[in-house]
Design a protein around this ligand. Structure first.
Ligand SMILES: [Ca+2]
Ligand SMILES: [Ca+2]
Length: 179
């Protein structure tokens, strides 16, 4: 029997089948890579949030506290949240208590000395909110706007620029607690 070889139609069918299988495969790979990239940026954002939170936890609870972890009555806590005289959020080494970080807008992201961390510039930005909260036993934490309480909540948000995503980490720190 004569070997008739492969016809053009057959070749085209094989090519079409290959392409048909390739397109979803390539799509899957691209989506996978994109997913990995998003997971990567969320991991970085979380570590940027974590490191700032750790830095803040090194500060004393209040401007009027003599040192970290020393109890002071609520009445003598400073009246306003935010940096105090001579302190500058662009140079975070000047911040000595946790609420000095309130309203911090860390964009571009900087280290404590104020040096821009270029690897994160235009990719991430950090912001902080510090507020007095009520922490009732077994109840829900509520924000206290009227007066001072013995609890400050520190919330660090890291936004991934261009991805419309952000991560937030927070901690509640109590007056006089060793942490
Ligand atoms: Ca201060
Ligand atoms: Ca302060």
């Amino acid at each position: 029997m004569k070997n008739r070889g492969i016809t053009l139609i057959e070749v085209l069918i094989v090519v079409a089948l290959l392409l048909g299988g390739l397109v979803p495969l390539v799509k899957m790979i691209i989506e996978g890579l994109r997913g990995t990239q998003i997971m990567g940026s969320i991991t970085v954002a979380n570590s940027l949030a974590q490191s700032l939170l750790e830095e803040i936890k090194q500060r004393k609870w209040d401007e009027n506290a003599p040192q970290k972890g020393v109890y002071i009555p609520t009445t003598s806590a400073s009246d306003t949240l935010g940096p105090d005289s001579g302190e500058n959020q662009n140079y975070r080494y000047t911040l000595d208590d946790i609420d000095d970080y309130d309203d911090l807008d860390d964009n571009p992201i900087k280290d404590e000395s104020g040096a821009v961390l270029t690897e994160y510039a235009n990719k991430y930005k950090r912001s902080v909110v510090v507020e007095y909260v009520n922490v009732p036993l077994g109840g829900t934490v509520t924000v206290e706007t009227g007066t001072k309480t013995d609890y400050k909540r520190v919330k660090v948000t890291v936004e991934i620029i261009g991805e419309n995503r952000s991560v937030t980490q927070s901690v509640i720190l109590a007056n006089g607690t060793f942490y």
